[in-house]
Design a binder for this molecule. Structure first.
Ligand code: HEC
Length: 156
């Protein structure tokens, strides 16, 4: 019984940690560049399969500091895109081939509702250049979620 209570409190703590995010460095995210440490950030939901890829979504602490409709400057959201590896039965996610990143930079720096849409190669950690990936497409799809500040996920 003591054991069970212990496990329950550990689970509760794990749940609460996303409502009251801790402030350790790895959770903070970065103002620009590759989103180092994103694997330690908050996971938004589970594994998603879309077309030819699997996806996992992550958010830094700042994303949880929203008071009104808009996410605060400093919010970083990551869509990790992974290859699909077939198995005898079903399939599993392989390695990440792209990180699609939304970074709230503010209305002064971006006319896309204050967001910067960026894509990174996880192998080189470099930004994927505009001639290889046109990030205006990101905005055009995400605008469907204009009522939720361009974000598909529901972050409370
Ligand atoms: C055709 C529509 C479409 C395009 C184009 C698109 N996205 Fe998304 N994005 C989505 C959807 C839908 C989700 C929610 C996850 C899911 O259901 O697959 C999402 C999720 C995300 C998230 C996690 C936050 C959220 O909104 O839930 C980030 C970050 C993101 N996308 C960045 C980008 C970037 C950067 C690009 C361009 C390189 C891009 N997206 C292009 C549809 C799109």
């Amino acid at each position: 019984m003591k054991h069970l209570v212990f496990i329950a409190s550990v689970l509760m703590f794990a749940g609460i940690s996303c409502i009251h995010p801790n402030t350790s460095k790895q959770h903070e995210g970065y103002a620009e560049g590759y989103p180092t440490g994103y694997l330690q950030w908050h996971k938004l939901g589970g594994l998603i399969k879309r077309g030819m890829e699997f996806r996992r979504l992550y958010a830094n602490n700042m994303a949880f500091q929203r008071t009104g409709k808009e996410f605060p400057v400093g919010t970083v959201l990551v869509k990790e895109e992974l290859s699909i590896i077939p198995r005898k039965v079903g399939e599993r996610p392989g390695s990440a081939f792209r990180l699609s990143v939304m970074r709230k930079v503010g209305q002064m720096k971006s006319s896309q509702q204050g967001w910067s849409f960026e894509a990174y190669d996880p192998n080189t950690k470099k930004k994927i250049s505009a001639d290889k990936l046109d990030t205006s497409g990101c905005y055009l799809c995400h605008i469907q979620q204009a009522a939720n500040d361009m974000v598909f996920s529901r972050i409370k």
